[in-house]
Design a protein around this ligand. Structure first.
Ligand code: SF4
Length: 366
């Protein structure tokens, strides 16, 4: 049997229940009871490392909000599937929404269960069950020559074993129409040890395959305080392995809905070698919407003001919403309406389409 790696040991130490964290926060008895019913619906998992970034004296600490369950998660409203994931599934575990991209939900595991996650219920198949369908997925991708890239997401793609990651890379790199592969992971932010304390194995796999085809790691930093010595080390290791690292931030109430914070975050990401890729409008997900969504008008004002404080590379992102009909760029106010543009469309006729829509100051989605 292989020796346990340090990251695997640390993963076992994650706090996985309200009971595990209750002595660190001053919850009332009533709150504890409510939080226990929340964890039955939305699982809790927080690495010790991420907990250490919290200022426990601040009830509204942004890092805390992203990982510690809150009674707001039971507030009314919201949807389960906000981008039509069920409709786009072509093989169990694989979706084909945009012409060029196949999306694989490779695992239902994450090192941390973010409270703002749009796949919040994280039901689905285990990494082993999904990996078993690889031949079927590869066949689909081979037959659909318009697919130029595969996005391996989750859950968290880096919570797959190295053996499974090799299988994905071998399978899809061998398909001629695939020109690059993306991994969606929050590990650099929430659990950098998966990369830094794997005895160099994961980065060596990535560097071998990166010589064949481009590998992009897509991560999600949402607040400047997530940029630490450990997270920077993990990013540098990915860059040295020959991967590109892109970031998608989610605009979140009480976390980064502030031009100074957002601009500091994106400027700092560029400084450590990450390309800001999207700032996403938070989706109207059940258990997330009321706690985290920022209205569209306010969001575009925040993004514009933040851009005025950013370097050119830091503002090379799009502020967008992942809608069932496509990725829609939120361009800003336009008279009494707002202006939008399809950045990626599910239907070809929407591609590049610009449109206006009346939006009031409270609306967060349409
Ligand atoms: S790591 Fe990603 S998929 Fe997992 S809970 Fe966080 S946002 Fe959701």
């Amino acid at each position: 049997m292989k020796n346990e790696k340090e990251w695997q040991r640390k993963l076992k130490e994650c706090c996985r229940s309200v009971a595990d964290i209750s002595d660190r926060f001053s919850f009332t008895d009533e709150e504890i009871n409510e939080l226990i019913s929340i964890e039955e619906r939305y699982p809790v998992c927080i690495p010790e490392y991420y907990l250490s970034l919290i200022d426990s004296s601040d009830r509204h600490d942004p890092i805390r909000k992203m990982c510690v369950p809150d009674v707001m998660e039971f507030s009314e409203g919201g949807l389960k599937d906000t981008s039509g994931e069920a409709d786009n599934t072509v093989v169990q575990g694989m979706q084909h929404k945009y012409r060029q991209t196949a999306l694989i939900l490779s695992t239902n595991q994450c090192a941390m269960y973010c409270r703002h996650c749009f796949r919040k219920r994280l039901v689905g198949y285990s990494s082993e069950e999904i990996a078993e369908r690889l031949p079927e997925m590869a066949d689909y991708v081979r037959r659909h020559t318009e697919i130029s890239n595969v996005l391996i997401s989750g859950g968290d793609a880096f919570l797959n074993s190295n053996e499974v990651i090799i299988k994905y890379l071998e399978t899809f790199m061998a398909i001629p129409n695939i020109s690059f592969i993306r991994f969606g992971t929050r590990n650099p932010v929430t659990f950098p040890f998966r990369i830094t304390e794997d005895d160099g194995e994961l980065t060596s796999i990535l560097s071998d395959f990166a010589l064949k085809k481009h590998i992009i790691v897509v991560t999600q930093f949402n607040h400047p305080r997530e940029i630490t010595e450990e997270s920077v080390k993990s990013i540098r290791m990915l860059l040295v392995a020959g991967c590109s690292v892109f970031n998608q931030t989610v605009l979140l109430k009480g976390i980064n809905d502030n031009p100074e914070i957002l601009s500091a975050l994106l400027n700092e990401l560029v400084a450590i070698g990450i390309k800001p890729y999207y700032v996403f409008q938070c989706r109207p997900v059940e258990g997330v919407k009321n706690q985290f969504q920022v209205p569209l008008i306010r969001g575009s004002e925040i993004v514009d003001k933040a851009k005025s404080m950013m370097s050119g590379p830091a503002k090379a992102f799009r502020y967008a919403m992942s809608h069932p009909t496509g990725k829609i760029e939120i361009l800003g106010k336009f008279g009494n309406s707002m202006l939008f543009k399809y950045h990626q469309a599910k239907q070809d006729e929407d591609s590049g389409r610009i449109f206006t829509r009346p939006v009031n100051e409270y609306e967060c989605w349409f």
